[in-house]
Design a protein around this ligand. Structure first.
Ligand code: GLA
Length: 394
């Protein structure tokens, strides 16, 4: 029913590569997923976020193949795609997993980077479509791998921007920068306090003495997540336009909660009003959370997580019955400090702060409450804040 997180064993990476392509890879890579501790839908509104890279992610084994063709085999999907350099420029998105490969290659070619064809074996222990950024993990990892194999010398931050453009311009999801940034810039035992407008950031130690970060994957299929995501973004833009009647604002988070609540122009637009109410209050909660975490006040951080979930459920309307149920079940476990949905929502995962001694009980009781009330089995596991994308030393 439930399980602890398990890392892909390095032997699987080598045997998988050999099965698919023969021989051994020349290099292996790891690109993490991320969990967002707090700060949801603040990124494309110019606000703060507080994600951490995690110890689950995408693994790659690669070797030049002496041809002008790139072959990528996904073990998770049991599917291989091949593309030759001369076809890349004219390819369009097809709504398939290989869009991420083609989109990444287009971006790198535009940055002037290319090289020999490669055989790439990919596997993952990150649940897909679960709000843990499996697509940012995959895309940033690929961009890093190509850059490394071809000696491109592109800075990490430029790989972040390239991977975001793949989502925005090729795949068609108008996401912000949080996920790609966290996947590229994560550091073990830290979360990233990122200001998404300036991209200034601080690594904040995750000191959770006696507590663990526990993720619960609802396994709810995320239908229409991309179009609902883009709708939310349009509603935020409508809110910003309405508020611009008051004063010159660059981003939605530049408005105060007072301004949101007292703007008649905004209140006349019920959905943009609710969206703005969430975004502006959430941005305040991120800043307060960093103060609470830095001051060792985990209890206050837990309360802010609760307020974040309520705001995402009621004002931003991106939670769902199953996520609410997981959060409620989590909060009934004695000692749990906070629990909230993480990522874009519409299904996906919750994140909870659970006393270390209570984690095993949490996995059982929350898992049981969930499977009793829904047709799904949750996957519940402890997560560690880990490093960003890297070449491995296998
Ligand atoms: C997705 C997007 C991010 C961010 C979150 C919500 O993960 O990719 O840019 O907007 O949703 O906070």
């Amino acid at each position: 029913m439930t399980q602890e997180s398990s890392l892909v064993h390095v032997d699987n990476l080598f045997t998988g590569f050999e099965r698919q392509f023969g021989g051994s890879p020349l290099a292996t890579y790891f690109s993490p997923g991320r969990v967002n501790l707090i700060g949801e839908y603040t990124d494309f509104n110019g606000g703060y976020v507080l994600p951490a890279a995690i110890d689950l992610g995408t693994y790659y084994a690669a070797r030049p193949n002496g041809t002008p063709i790139i072959n990528v085999f996904s073990e998770t999907l049991d599917n291989q795609m091949s593309v030759s350099f001369d076809a890349i420029a004219r390819l369009e998105a097809e709504g398939a997993w290989h869009d991420y490969v083609v989109g990444t290659l287009k971006e790198l070619l535009q940055l002037g980077i290319d090289g020999e064809g490669l055989d790439i074996f990919v596997t993952s222990d990150l649940p897909r479509s679960s709000g843990l950024s499996s697509s940012a993990s995959f895309t940033v990892g690929l961009a890093f791998l190509f850059n490394d194999c071809w000696g491109g010398g592109i800075e990490r931050i430029d790989l972040v921007h390239a991977a975001k453009r793949v989502e925005n311009d090729f795949v068609g999801v108008q996401c912000g920068i949080m996920d790609q940034f966290a996947v590229a810039m994560g550091k073990a035992d830290h979360c990233i306090y990122l200001h998404c407008q300036s991209l200034d950031f601080e690594l904040v130690p995750v000191h959770m003495d006696g507590y663990d970060i526990v993720i619960a994957d609802s396994r709810v299929p995320r239908r229409l997540a991309a179009s609902s995501y883009n709708d939310r973004r349009a509603e935020c833009d409508a809110a910003l336009n309405a508020l611009r009647g008051i004063r010159d604002l660059e981003c939605l988070v530049d408005a105060s909660l007072d301004e949101v609540e007292s703007s008649e122009a905004l209140r006349a637009l019920p959905l943009p009003y609710k969206r703005a109410h969430h975004v502006v209050s959430e941005n305040d909660r991120v800043q307060e959370s960093v103060a609470a975490l830095s001051g060792g006040n985990l209890g206050r951080f837990g309360e802010l997580m609760q307020a974040s979930h309520a705001s995402l459920r009621d004002d931003f309307e991106v939670s769902c019955a199953e996520l609410d149920l997981l959060v409620e079940a989590a909060m009934r476990v004695p000692g749990v400090l906070g629990s909230r949905m993480t990522g874009a929502g519409f299904g996906g995962c919750t994140v909870s702060i659970v006393p270390t001694h209570a984690v095993a009980g949490f996995i059982d009781t929350v898992g049981k409450a969930y499977s009793d009330a829904t047709p799904y089995e949750a996957r519940i596991f402890r997560a560690q804040a880990g490093d960003g994308v890297k070449r491995r030393n296998d």
